[in-house]
Design a protein around this ligand. Sequence first.
Ligand SMILES: [Ca+2]
Length: 483
Amino acid sequence: MPHKSLGRYEFPYSAFMYKRTKAITNTIVLSSVLVSCASAAPMDANAKPNIVVIISDDAGWSDFGFQGSPDVPTPNLDALRASGVRFERGYVTASVCSPSRAGLLSGQYQQRFGHDTNMPVGSKHGMPGSVVTLAERLHDVGYATASVGKWHLGYEPDMRPLAQGFDMFRGQLAGSRKYKPYPKGKSHANYRQRIDDTLIEDEAAQFEWVTAYFGDTAANLVKSMTGDTPYFLYVAFTAPHTPMQASTVDLDAVGGEPSKRKTYRAMQRALDRAVGNILQAIEASGEADNTIVWFVNDNGGATTNASDNGALRGMKGSAFEGGIRVPMLMRWPGVTSAGASFNHPVSTLDIAASVVPAAGGGVEGLDGVDLRPFLTGVSEAAPHKHLFWKRGPIVAMIEGDQWKLIGVGDDQLLLFDLQADPSEQTDVGDANPTVRLHMAEKLAAWADAMPTPSWFPSERMRENQLKKHQPDVDTRAKERSLP
Ligand SMILES: [Ca+2]
């Protein structure tokens, strides 16, 4: 395991050179000069790839142009899709924000460290400092690392970004916040933006809208990355998570009568534009050919934000596909083909398992699969034999491309044939008792091997989880009534 230390890393990089976002003018001048120099030099084909992971929050399965949405245009993300692969069956490791991020950033099933579910704002719980993160693995092999946007992985000092492998943090600790600046003179410590670990006292002097701020900040970081130091940039937007807030410009642009859906569409518009800024900065850096870009939504469309989960059953918080199967794109020059589609199940666990070895780092303890041979066609098999989920009273498992088992409480097992029935309408357990039994044993063995969760969902959330997997919750309206 890489050495784990607390506190800021003493990493002599020049890449992340700007210290204050309001010093952007200077940064741009400086980095344009450096970018020009870098572009003039021939690129080393063996150079370690830059790695950019971009996350949206609570978006619906259908709510992107590249997912076929008729009313949510996302031209920038569509361009990313056109230049890389779309994962038709991309899964996150949890149906809610915090454990999903814990799985992605640790590269492990987050249950291994008791992080099964969300923790309250300001809680002492979170992803333990002892977990070796993707950022730490990359940092150990020479990467400059930056986290921008929503953290939501813990509030204690040893759980914050600077203690989890990131050289820099430009974001907030809490899982959501209002989109406009907080006023001066109030605390809002968990919600307010930070520069590393220092609260921005006067947010209005820094930005007007937090979605644009995250995009601009990430784009400026890309511009500041120069020379031989590879970088890992993790950008977690809060859009389109509640509160439902959109700027007048975006509301006017999407048109239509005022409604929650209209606001949601405007929030997606702001998200796509901010992602576009990042992608543009990567292009302008001259290093797009050596930069991996991953885009993924963190969990299913939320019950509260007017998202559209399309044909998938369930929403955020559910083990049905609508809670855990998400829009996912990736561009990896030399590995992915432009416009390709990948049909086998993949997981956000595979991000670390794919990029860390490409960066020359250690993969010990990672739960994912290196997707490169599957994406290049070296292997035609499915990357995963099994994928597992567990949160509160619900457990689930996918086997191969076909079968999905959901365990509800102590006494209910639901079996679905995802190939014949991707919307999970018909429990086929009684018709396939051998499959059900075999999978139940496998799932129980996995769940039993995990430690007791470090904290638990509230009793109300637990009850909602049980209810939302019952057969009578068979409409979107009923799903929405159970957050
Ligand atoms: Ca979320």
